[in-house]
Ligand binder design. Structure first.
Ligand code: SF4
Ligand code: SF4
Length: 265
């Protein structure tokens, strides 16, 4: 049956995490403090974004033990629960791009979509590598300076300034420009999590016996190329580009999709 279970769970998680960052600044709460780059839970457990850590390494700086441990914790977590679960369950930009995608469908803009053949989904991997090269050349973590994720988080915690324009630009690009333009084609952090979570255990599984080939899942999926098995085979979604958002599970009226544990061997 059609539901919004995973959508509600994801929004609760995303807004809850943002609120904890906000509360750390506004009320001095110690539950979760820092940024999406580096954070700390209860002033004890460090967390660090692995791509940020790699950029810092590329600059030639030695990583602090807390950043190294934090990056290992996050890498291990998404290695288990990926593919890009960070994207759909944590990242605040996802709420912006989801809204743009939803509006595209409501306004029937997809029908008039220009075929952006020049912009491949693989571009994000090249941008990810470029971010490391530029970090090494200029001596600072390059993507962190422009990251809309950091900009949006800072905006919510400290108030939006010019950074609001960056978030608006991504919204308009995804709405009137390329479908799933930022997250599906350009974001290097999403690319890094695609790699980290490519072998993750928690995955969507397709049951082709139940499938009626309505293709509702492909309409809502932000990475529809990960669903080639629809109505063909009863197998797991194996691509790391799947965000584990559960939208396909929510919209499937035939119970042909569900989250399950993948066996690696
Ligand atoms: S692709 Fe990038 S901006 Fe989009 S949800 Fe993932 S990390 Fe956030
Ligand atoms: S396959 Fe399902 S869980 Fe994966 S990105 Fe698409 S809609 Fe989300």
């Amino acid at each position: 049956m059609n539901s919004i279970k995973y959508l509600l769970l994801r929004r609760t998680t995303q807004i809850g995490i943002l609120f904890l960052y906000f509360a750390a600044n506004a009320y001095g709460w110690k539950i979760l403090a820092g940024t999406f780059g580096t954070s700390i839970i209860f002033e004890t457990i460090p967390l660090a974004d692995p791509y940020t850590a790699l950029q810092v390494l590329a600059t030639g700086f030695v990583l602090g033990t807390d950043v190294l441990i934090g990056a290992l914790i996050i890498t291990f977590f998404y290695f288990i629960v990926g593919g890009r679960a960070f994207c759909s369950w944590v990242c605040p930009i996802n709420m912006v791009t989801d809204l743009a995608n939803w509006l595209r469908r409501k306004l029937h803009l997809d029908k008039e979509e220009v075929n952006y053949r020049f912009l491949k989904r693989s571009a994000r991997y090249w941008i990810m590598v470029l971010g490391l090269i530029v970090s090494a050349l200029v001596g600072v973590a390059a993507f962190e300076i422009f990251s809309p994720i950091t900009i949006m988080q800072r905006g919510i915690v400290f108030g939006f300034g010019m950074g609001g324009a960056v978030v608006l630009a991504i919204f308009l690009f995804d709405l009137f420009g390329v479908k799933n333009g930022w997250c599906g084609h350009l974001c290097p952090l999403g690319a890094a999590y695609s790699i980290i979570g490519s072998k993750s255990l928690i995955r969507v599984k397709h049951n082709h016996v139940n499938c009626t080939n309505c293709m509702d899942c492909k309409v809502v999926c932000p990475e529809s190329q990960v669903l080639p098995m629809i109505n063909k085979e009863s197998i797991f979604v194996t691509s790391g580009e799947c965000t584990n958002c559960g939208r396909c599970v929510d919209v499937c009226k035939d119970d042909a999709l569900e989250f399950s544990i993948r066996k690696l061997i």
